[in-house]
Design a protein around this ligand. Structure first.
Ligand SMILES: NC(=O)C1=CN([C@@H]2O[C@H](COP(=O)(O)OP(=O)(O)OC[C@H]3O[C@@H](n4cnc5c(N)ncnc54)[C@H](OP(=O)(O)O)[C@@H]3O)[C@@H](O)[C@H]2O)[C@@H](O)CC1
Ligand SMILES: [K+]
Length: 479
């Protein structure tokens, strides 16, 4: 499991650790890891031009000490100071100068950046608020124009560490070297996109961090442990029956795609109710098609309602009244009565994309995209339901708090019509096999993302290709 902790938690863990260590030891650990990552990126250190962007805090101190290490290995190191030398990290600056590095004032930074092989962004780390300040913006512009590789110290400067929001200008890095633990911004978009690839340097913080993180990202082994496996005594009912109430005369394809995801999600059987029974059967003859409403459809351990439902609110209402887990997607989100969702005692999983989440929250889509973590949490609390907010990084938030799950297996190619219908079927199937809403949502997002990668393999793919690739994703996770 990859985890991220809030700034406040990082600060208190840091204090607890520092109390037992000599002054400056943590910064030396951080700088050593940072310098090693820079050296690796450069390939050869001797004779290379390294430019450090140095803010007034400890983030700048890390950059200076790492710069000193690179200077000792023969790099030409220039430190661009955003603050006066008196306000810059004293020990770091002294170390850099002693190693032969050259400090220059901020207004000379752009020229230095233009000639650099490597830029180290130590403007601001977890102490930052708001986007970059005006004096740092020309440097960020110069970095964007330059051909140099960019390494961010702890975080790309200008992103909000705790939320992943980017409320102004921020540095775009190729690599971020972060210390002790991931910060939420390194896992949540849009900030995550600014970070490039991320390397975590162990500075001994782990034992001081609490058990419960702010964010969790499942990895292969976590997903493997959660996947349902049929036992010797399993029959189709024990493996779970997932009910799909989806599709309409206008959108029969949504029903077919939701069923295609559900058939690959581990449930023992897929039951379909709705007006697209013929289309479903033509494609998937193993589906149990019922011509009655959800209430009379027979045994179902979890329902999926909403994909392609159009304006028919009756199925949504009926499904919400069933005392089994329910996943609500697409049109269902618009049709579901909030009070009825809140009144449910069995688990509910809502799976909106940013536009649907915005409509439910009564804000603009851009606001949800800018503040994905806060939006997912807010929606979960308002509806008293687990929320899976789709996107390039998908978030799964439970009502009442606890770690939010983040999934990054997705690919841009998944932004294709019908892809969400496949995801809802898959997640519903996992719900029917007994996973919690949080686990079903995050495991489905993980498999769906991997399947999207396999299906696309560098070229566009349709939603049905994604569904067909789910078994490969599943096998990959278990191998
Ligand atoms: N925690 C750990 O375990 C360890 C932490 N370590 C390191 O310490 C870092 C945290 O250091 P920190 O606390 O000194 O804060 P930091 O990020 O340097 O920023 C503060 C300075 O930035 C300025 N500033 C603020 N906003 C700004 C903006 N928008 N745009 C521009 N500038 C802005 C603000 O200026 P001021 O308001 O004072 O004028 C202030 O001086 C952390 O990220 C990691 O790198 C490691 O060494 C070892 C272990
Ligand atoms: K930084």
């Amino acid at each position: 499991m990859r985890t991220a902790y809030s700034v406040q938690t990082v600060r208190s863990a840091e204090r607890a650790l520092m109390a037992r260590l000599p002054e400056g030891a943590l910064m030396q650990r951080a700088a050593a890891g940072l310098a090693a990552a820079c050296a690796e990126l450069l390939g050869r250190v001797y004779g290379r031009r390294v430019v450090l962007l140095v803010g007034s805090g400890d983030n700048g101190g890390d950059a200076l000490y790492a710069g000193a290490r690179l200077a000792r290995r023969g790099a030409g190191v220039t430190a661009v100071l955003l603050a006066s030398p008196e306000k810059t990290h004293a020990g770091g600056l002294a170390a850099l100068v002693a190693a032969g590095g050259r400090p220059v004032a901020g207004d000379r930074g752009a020229d230095a950046v233009a000639r650099a092989d490597l830029v180290v962004d130590g403007i601001v780390g977890i102490g930052g608020r708001g986007g970059l300040r005006a004096d740092a913006v020309p440097l960020a512009d110069a970095v964007e124009r330059a051909r140099a590789a960019v390494v961010a110290v702890d975080l790309p400067s200008g992103v909000e560490a705790g939320s992943g929001e980017v409320r102004g200008r921020a540095v775009r890095a190729d690599l971020t070297v972060t210390f002790g633990t991931h910060k939420p911004a390194l896992l949540v978009d849009p900030a995550r996109e600014y970070a490039g690839s991320v390397r975590l340097v162990d500075i001994g913080l782990r034992p001081k961090l609490p058990a419960e993180p702010e964010l969790e990202a499942l990895q292969h082994t976590d997903v493997a442990a959660l996947l349902p496996r049929p036992g010797a005594a399993s029959d189709k009912y024990r493996r779970g029956v997932v009910g799909i109430a989806a599709g309409s005369a206008r959108y029969p394809g949504a029903a077919v795609l939701a069923v295609s995801g559900a058939l690959r999600g581990g449930a023992g059987a897929v039951r379909y109710v709705g007006p697209a029974g013929d289309a479903v059967l033509a494609r998937f003859p193993e589906t149990l098609v019922s011509d009655r409403g959800p209430k009379e459809a027979g045994r179902v351990q979890a329902w999926v309602v909403g994909p392609g439902a159009g304006d028919d609110a009756s199925a949504v209402g009926e499904v919400l009244g069933q005392d089994v887990p329910v996943l609500i997607d697409a049109d269902g989100l618009r049709l579901a009565d909030r009070a009825a969702v809140r009144a449910r005692t069995a688990p509910t999983l809502l799976t909106p994309h940013a536009g649907e989440a915005a409509a439910l929250l009564g804000v603009a889509r851009e606001e949800v995209e800018a503040a994905r973590l806060a939006s997912a949490r807010e929606l979960a609390d308002r509806y008293g339901a687990t929320v899976l907010l789709k996107g390039s990084t998908t978030l799964v938030a439970d009502p009442g708090g606890g770690p939010v799950r983040v999934n990054a297996t997705g690919t841009g190619w998944l932004a294709t019509a019908g892809s969400g219908d496949v995801l809802s079927g898959l997640a519903g199937s996992l719900l029917a096999s007994g996973l919690t809403a949080r686990d079903a949502g995050s495991v489905a997002a993980y498999l769906h993302g991997l399947a999207g990668r396999y299906a696309a393999d560098g070229a566009p793919a349709g939603a049905h290709d994604v569904a067909a690739a789910i078994p490969d994703a599943w096998r990959d996770v278990l191998s």
